[in-house]
Write a protein that binds this ligand. Sequence first.
Ligand SMILES: *[C@@H]1O[C@H](CO)[C@@H](O)[C@H](O)[C@H]1NC(C)=O
Ligand SMILES: *[C@@H]1O[C@H](CO)[C@@H](O)[C@H](O)[C@H]1NC(C)=O
Ligand SMILES: *[C@@H]1O[C@H](CO)[C@@H](O)[C@H](O)[C@H]1NC(C)=O
Ligand SMILES: *[C@@H]1O[C@H](CO)[C@@H](O)[C@H](O)[C@H]1NC(C)=O
Length: 367
Amino acid sequence: MKQLDGIAIPYWQYVFPAAVLTTCLVILAAVSLPGRAPLILPAATSRTQGPGGNRSSCNIFKGDWVPDHGAPSYTNETCPVIHGHYDCMRYGKPDLEFLRWRWQPEGCTRSCLLSRAERPVPWTNGGYLYRYERHGFTVADFWSPFLVRAAETDPDGPARNGAGLWSLHLDEPDPGWAAHVSKFDVVVVSAGSWFYRPSVFYERGRVVGCSGCLAPNVTDLTLRYSLRAAFRSALRAAVGASSGTGTVVVRTVSPAHYENGTWNDNGDCVRTRPLRRGEWEMERLQKEMRRIQVEEFAAAEVAARGKGVRMLLMDATEAMAMRPDAHPGKYRLWQPDKFRVSRDCVHWCLPGAMDVCNDMLLHMLID
Ligand SMILES: *[C@@H]1O[C@H](CO)[C@@H](O)[C@H](O)[C@H]1NC(C)=O
Ligand SMILES: *[C@@H]1O[C@H](CO)[C@@H](O)[C@H](O)[C@H]1NC(C)=O
Ligand SMILES: *[C@@H]1O[C@H](CO)[C@@H](O)[C@H](O)[C@H]1NC(C)=O
Ligand SMILES: *[C@@H]1O[C@H](CO)[C@@H](O)[C@H](O)[C@H]1NC(C)=O
């Protein structure tokens, strides 16, 4: 395995230009490691043994959030690319307590996996691209909320509640990312909450059903169908394009935390502390979404093995479910002309809880 150093994916959830009713935890972020300075791991990093040296007892996806009074590794002052939607410090989140927790996985000793090696040169060229010149390392973020080719066909939407109607071509990976994927060594596929939007499903160019389209002549197959089909197409494309040495990572859904109402009603997220394990019961549908992703991951892994492509599951759902305190709520850049949702309990403040996904990713890549 290539050695990775003090890496370099500081802004995980960044740069989504949109964000209405939900999340666009979309990403297909990718990393390429062509030539140039080898990436060397700082010695202390990441052998993940439990206190007794028992590797197999360490599970990075199960654990608790524990108090941590260290300074955040970046802030709105030191990080130039935090999107306004996630810049809770700048937009006055009254209590910065949400920063003072770190994920303590079960049975694992902690090492700080992520350090900031170099300030990247941002490029925009369709997606967002951050180039770490000294390390010959590139991180790209392709915004593709459904992973497959999609278009909004009616901005008012069938329910006239601010959620537009989309057409999803479930058997066609979104060329916006699929055209580039073969250039990267590591691909992270992540999507979820946009599937809640009303949409009409197409396969081979024909309508096969919908979700929430409220049309009497189209069967409502629910988002379970579109989520599964889109993941299947996307993973097939990612594995297919991957060279024999590539890695495809699937990140599971991160749940929303609206309380006392819904996203378009008076729902909000005003808690100031993480929950302990088991204190947050996810909605049934969100649990099912995670299960669908895990199943599609497992199916794709069989095909990947035959090709020599490595697949990894980043099962971040439980860790994120325990952080109702770490969403922007109303403390963010709000552009009511573009985004009608006033309180965002879907995306995550940066810096903040979502940074744990960087740690998980690095851990998974080097382990
Ligand atoms: C390592 O941990 C596993 C799971 O807790 C346990 O079953 C096993 O006995 C442990 N092995 C050693 C050598 O301690
Ligand atoms: C960072 O946030 C603080 C408030 O916490 C604000 O006063 C300052 O202007 C912000 N700086 C930038 C560059 O956004
Ligand atoms: C369903 O009916 C609507 C309204 O009559 C029509 O516009 C639409 O094209 C129909 N869709 C299909 C798939 O037949
Ligand atoms: C829900 O409403 C109750 C009563 O108004 C309030 O005390 C509580 O803080 C609210 N909880 C959240 C998470 O908004």
